[in-house]
Ligand binder design. Structure first.
Ligand SMILES: [Fe+2]
Length: 180
């Protein structure tokens, strides 16, 4: 049985900043320690990434579910990813759609999860857990997206080519390379 978690969010930032944040997955190991045990980018080309990720659905409980994820950016405003748990046949499908209006970007994020018949009685609990997990990620992402906007507006170029994530006093921070 397929269950669906769909959520619309808005943020007062331009679409480019929001999309960049969703494509810069180098930040996951620094910013999203609560929700991910690890995120390894195995292969990256222009629009496609292959990743190994450890998801912590019951965070702060450290139980980790291991997924291999195919992540594709469909220009200009869509991301799809397919994640498969080790040893399982079914994929978790995820679609993220971005739209900008008057400087505000809306994000519609849909997760489609196939559950076995014996978990059907727990489907509302599973959707609640996905919602809780996704809200934690959104809160963390909202903060770093605002930081991205600040540094970009000061003349830095955005993107993984122009800086790196560092932990400073235990807090993740994106440090831009010096402008030459
Ligand atoms: Fe993020």
């Amino acid at each position: 049985m397929e269950i669906i978690h769909k959520k619309k969010r808005e943020i007062e930032l331009p679409l480019e900043i929001v999309v960049e944040n969703f494509l810069d997955l180098d930040h996951v190991n620094f910013v999203h320690k609560k929700c991910y045990s690890y995120c390894n980018i195995l292969r990256r080309s222009k629009n496609i990434m292959l990743l190994d990720v450890g998801v912590k659905p019951l965070t702060p409980f450290p139980y980790t579910v291991h997924y291999t994820m195919f992540h594709e950016f469909i220009s200009p405003n869509k991301i799809v990813h397919f994640s498969k748990q080790n040893g399982k046949k079914k994929y978790v499908k995820s679609i993220v759609e971005f739209n900008e209006e008057r400087g505000k970007t809306s994000i519609i994020h849909t997760h489609k999860i196939d559950i076995p018949f014996y978990l059907i009685p727990l489907k509302h609990v599973i959707i609640k857990l996905v919602d809780r997990w996704s809200n934690i990620l959104w809160k963390e992402d909202s903060e770093i997206m605002k930081d991205r906007k600040k540094v970009v507006s000061k003349g830095f170029l955005d993107g993984p080519h122009c800086g790196k994530w560092l932990l400073i006093n235990g807090k993740p921070k994106w440090i831009f390379n010096k402008i030459k």
